[in-house]
Every structure is written in C-alpha cells, then in structure tokens.
Design a protein around this ligand. Sequence first.
Ligand code: 9MR
Length: 396
Amino acid sequence: MVGFCSFALLSLAACLAAANGLSARAKAAGKLYFGSATDNPELSDSAYVNILSNSEDFGQITPGNSMKWDSVEPSRDNFNFAGGDVVANLAAQNGQLLRCHTLVWHSQLPSWVSDGNFDNATLISIMENHITQTMTHFKGKCLHWDVVNEALNEDGTYRDSVFYRTIGEAYIPIAFKVAAAADPDAKLYYNDYNIEHAGAKATGAQRIVKLIQSYGGRIDGVGLQGHLIVGSVGSSAALAGNLNDFTSLGVEVAYTELDIRTTTPASSSALQQQATDYASVVSACKTVPECVGITIWDWTDKYSWIPSVFPGEGAALPWDENYQKKPAYNAILNAWGNGSGDGTPTSSTTTDPTDTSPAETVPHWGQCGGNGYTGPTTCEAPYECTYLNDWYWQCL
Ligand code: 9MR
C-alpha cells in the first residue's frame, strides 16, 4: 500500500489496522524496514519476484552478490554495474529501500586485487577508486552501505586479508573516509557475523567503531549479520544487551543477513523453536531504539546459501522451498506487535483536517514530522513519512 502510515492522511487506527506484513509491522514498531536479500539469478522466477515485491512484507532489499567487488570491478578500472542496477531498479519500482553490500571484503575479491602484490600506496588508491566509483554510481539510492565486511577473526583480531597485510588496520578508517565523501547521504556500516552475542569478536567490532572515530571518520552503523542456529539464539534480553554495547558508542545497528538454520529435514519441533528464535531477534531489535531494521538473507529456503555451505543443514528462512510460510512468519509478525504508538506524531504535528488548501509535499529525505514540527507531513511519491525518532520523521 503506497503511503502506509502517512499520518496526515490516515488516522492512527487505520494506520495500525493496515500493518499486516513483516515490514508494515516493523514500521509500526518505529523501525525503517524489514527486508530481504535477493540475487539476480532468482529474478527470472516470477512467483519469487511477486512475493519479494510485496513491500508490506519487504520494505527493503539487499543484493546478495551483485554489488560485490568481483561483480562490479572484475578487472582493474573496468566497472560493471548492470547486476546491481537490476536490484536497485527493482527496489525503486516497488517503493522499497535499498541496502548496498559491500565495498571492501576479502572474499569475492578478484585475484587481480588479492594476488596483485601491490604496495601500500597503490592498494590504497585501488581501494579508494573502487569505493568512489561504486558509491558514485549508486549515489542517492543506498540507505546504507556496508563499507567494510568481515574484517575480524573469531577471537577479535584482524583477519589476514590483502588489505590488512598491505595497509594495516588503517585500511578501515581510510575506506570509511572515502565512502563518506562519495555519498554523504548513505549511512556507512561495518558488517560482520558472530557478533550477535557478547564476546571477543563483538568486542573486536566495537574496537573498529572506536578506531574509525579516533581517525575523525564517520561510521553510522554496525551490521550484525545474524547467521544463527536454531536453539542457540539466546534470549532477546541478551541480544538487546549486545546491541546496546554497540549503540553506546554512538552508532545505530541492524541485523543485516538474518537466517536461523537447523538440520534437514527440519522437524516440526525445530520449526517451532525456530519461530521462537526469530521472535527473540525481532524483540531485541524492537526494544533497542537505535536498531533500525532487520534483513533476512533471502526469504525462501529455495534460494538460501546454507545447504551449499553447511551440508545437511538449512530450512533457515521464514518461507519454505515451496513458498509456504513457516511458523517463523507469524512469530516475526507477532514479535513486532501491532504498533505501540511509540513515536507516533502528536496531534500538534498532524495536518489540520479542516485545511482545504492544496497539500504541500515534502521531497525525498525531507523532514515530515516530529515533536514541535509544524511543516507539511505528506511525502512526494513514492516516499513515505517514516519515524526515525520522536523529533524527526523523514521522507524515505
Ligand atoms: O549469499 C551469498 C552467496 O550467494 C555467495 O555464494 C556467498 C559467497 O561468499 O556470499 C553470500 O553472502 C554472504 C555475504 O555477502 C556476507 N556474509 C555471509 C554471506 C553468506 O555467505
């Protein structure tokens, strides 16, 4: 539904009654989106695309592969954005936000970079060029960019990538500095897995946030990938406590690649436990105001990466291979709740219903609500007036 929860037009009751999908419920809980990764080969499956394109369930999509270095710059200074454009265009067509993934990563990195034996200065310039060209191409389309991905070992020390070996830890703040200049409007994220629970690797990710800040750089968020295992997710309170360890450093957080795998074929009790586990993650995000949203790493088991990497495991997503919803679907819906009223604009910020003058619309990125705000509250199509905090609603 276009304009869902455009509060100048809908009463609160109508807004809440309309909140029936995973993303609609996330927004009613004050988040920016619930989203899904997708990958270009799957987009030839029209039944798949129909479900992915339902923005009530998916308010945001993320390309699973087509913005990675090997897709975008397969040989030096030879850029190919075609695959990424397809996903960006689909998001725009569906009125969905876009998370952009990922710029600097040791994996899916072409051998011309990893085996090029470049010196420090040359590798820095190659990295800078890759970031600048890629972000400039997608400028204005990416809500978030995963600037650096998976820079850590499990014990929280730095991974031995070509970037770390050649440049040292400074490659991370340098990448964020270049990214901040290339697209000032995109939120810049550090993204990693196995940082969802407090421990050495989560502490390492917090060290990275502080490192970037110590260089005077901008890091806006940390992405907790969330490749989790049924029965090992833990309580929502523990998950939320870990999120707060990040937000206390002045960054927002998001679960960026959530899936919760089990042994296959999955038993019905495993699927029930999986539903509980999905609900725990959603509740954790819901209770932490700086958690802006959750992305699942594709929505159907048919296209999940898990079975190819973990043989005998899978069934990790809320829809099965035949596109049937599993118990996790309703658990996610219920965990978001049906809108608590948190952040709902007060009457002082809503448009006077007796005002018959033509409605002024707010452009993309403009403010459209918040405590004390008295300006126009209707966003230019296709954008929606979205809660960011009690003082700021924005056309996104
Ligand atoms: O989903 C991606 C899969 O199709 C690729 O084969 C794989 C290659 O590494 O990457 C997958 O996505 C990864 C993501 O980019 C970073 N975090 C881990 C994800 C799963 O491997």
